[in-house]
Design a protein around this ligand. Structure first.
Ligand code: HEC
Length: 195
């Protein structure tokens, strides 16, 4: 290499070269400390925003309302005994098709049967049954029972009036002390006569 001839060349710094110095432990530990602090900070300050900070809507407000499907409930909970065509099994499971209980003027009769079940001699369309109809008060909401009752009262060849969740809620409240199934004709027959 020849001697630099110009003063500008003499002023120049040597080319930089990469050193072999590792990142100082102190810097590494500060970075690690920051990471740990960041995780702790996220954890310590986690605050599920109260809806009052926004426009007061909660997750449920965005849900698409799903209305109860009587046909689906029937298939899931009643078909095993009362059969897909609602005609039951002769001598074992009474028919819902054409039944005086189902089509009673007051839909409350069927609501009561579905809420609390029946056990004991029950006459349906002139035939005697003595089985056990399970209760559903703890399985179905008022809306579900209304959908189910409407499905049965207007299907299977029946054409009785429909009901709604409010009426189911009222019947549920009126019969809340009923801890056992209705005793067949003995408990239920008077309901048909009274309306
Ligand atoms: C485990 C079998 C079983 C299931 C499940 C069942 N039932 Fe019943 N149900 C019966 C029996 C048995 C009787 C008659 C009770 C008696 O003899 O005292 C009956 C009676 C009835 C009656 C009054 C009599 C009639 O035929 O009209 C209605 C109404 C009724 N069930 C509706 C339903 C509905 C609605 C469901 C579904 C939510 C349902 N049942 C599920 C067995 C069942």
């Amino acid at each position: 290499m020849t001697e630099p001839r110009f003063s500008q060349q003499q002023r120049e710094q040597p080319e930089p070269s990469e050193g072999s110095r590792p990142v100082p432990k102190l810097v590494l530990s500060v970075i690690a400390g920051l990471l740990i602090w960041a995780v702790y900070y996220l954890y310590a300050t986690y605050n599920p925003m109260p809806p009052s900070l926004g426009d007061n809507r909660v997750a449920a407000d965005f849900a698409v309302p799903v209305s109860a499907d009587g046909g689906q409930l029937y298939t899931a909970h009643c078909v095993a005994c009362h059969q897909a065509n609602g005609k039951g099994l002769p001598g074992v499971f009474p028919p819902l098709s054409g039944s005086e209980w189902v089509s009673a003027k007051d839909p409350g009769v069927m609501i009561k049967i579905v809420l609390h079940g029946v056990q004991g001699p029950l006459t349906v369309e002139g035939a005697k049954y003595e089985g056990l109809m399970p209760h559903f008060h703890d399985k179905f909401s008022d809306e579900e029972i209304a959908a189910l009752v409407n499905h049965v009262r207007t299907g299977f060849g029946n054409s009785a009036s429909t009901t709604d969740a409010r009426y189911v809620a009222q019947v549920r409240e009126e019969t809340r002390d009923q801890a056992t199934p209705w005793k067949g004709d003995e408990d239920l027959r008077p309901l048909l006569r009274s309306r």
